[in-house]
Write a protein that binds this ligand. Sequence first.
Ligand SMILES: Nc1ncnc2c1ncn2[C@@H]1O[C@H](COP(=O)(O)OP(=O)(O)O)[C@@H](O)[C@H]1O
Ligand SMILES: CCCC(=O)OP(=O)(O)O
Length: 360
Amino acid sequence: MKKFILVLNLGSTTTKVALFRDLNCHIVKTYSHDKELISQNINEQKAVRYHTLMMFFCECGVRPEEVSIVASRGGLLHPVEGGTYLINEDMLKDLTEGRYGDHASNLSGILAADFAENYKIEAVITDPVVVDELCVEAQYTGLKNVKRTSIFHALNQKAVARKYAESIKRDYEELNLIVIHMGGGITVGAHHLGKVIDVNNGLNGDGPMSPTRAGSIPADGLLKYIERSGLSLSDINKLISKQGGLLSHLNTEDIRDIVADIEHGDKNSEEVLNAMAFQIGKEIGAKAAVLHGEIDHIIFTGGISHSSYVMELIRPYISFLAPIMVYPGELEMEALAYGAYTVEQDRNLLKTYRAEETHD
Ligand SMILES: Nc1ncnc2c1ncn2[C@@H]1O[C@H](COP(=O)(O)OP(=O)(O)O)[C@@H](O)[C@H]1O
Ligand SMILES: CCCC(=O)OP(=O)(O)O
């Protein structure tokens, strides 16, 4: 009998898999991948990640045939509104061709579609990383033909913001929040009355450095580096979005290893982690300005927020702004299961993705 929702959540450093019965989690597992794998393009990661999924079924003693629908993290598509979307041919093509970029969340949708095809079921995504609610001012850069778009941890930022609102018996739509997701990428969102009106692009050259991302880089420095290194644009892109940040400076993206090194007296690791905390604090300050200083709460989430060492580095930069709370890890698995569950109950809620004819 088909009784499980399979939740498939590929992040840049981890593969998270879960089985839900209705809205109850039956089992959830997180698999961390090594730095050699995560610094590759998604096509090069596909076999290992699919093998991880199949290993999950062996480990938990459930047959894939028992799955009724796959709920997946969604990837780089054209900007969309929030909601749950069927993974149709248009979407699969954009994800597979990397038309809007290359990130593990693309592979999440691709593996979900492969699994769904093999077992003759449907696959959906909810609140993909391209949910775009930016205000007009936030879309501007100083170059006429270059526009900012929203690429961030939309699923988890919205889920923790709603959970916080629920905990104080208020509606998300009546609060001003700054939400910081600190995972393989780091995004800092200004949530104004239920809309993320400004957020750094978590993938490419914007905001703080992160375990695997370079973050904002001065354009002149980057242009000179491209000239000097002779690297191709695609190699530079890989460097910025997969091999940057802590991985570039310290040859590891794992905060636990870095903190252990610092505790053993490693001054270089200490300086780099201090710099990352400085940049996160600075980005939060920028979002405070966007919200005119009217901030109900600052909320931290993502894998790194488990680290009290990192949290204590950031606090001094921002504690004067608003009260701070931490939701370590993520609520993504529950949010994905919820999306799939609601469309299984009411198909009218399922949204359709259509490819754009052109894009720049
Ligand atoms: N318990 C923990 N303590 C400190 N750091 C952690 C912990 N768990 C995960 N991390 C760090 O969080 C980052 C990954 O975040 P996560 O949100 O799990 O990943 P992804 O972006 O792949 O979904 C890594 O830098 C990892 O070292
Ligand atoms: C692409 C924005 C979301 C993101 O950075 O996810 P990861 O932390 O999983 O890389």
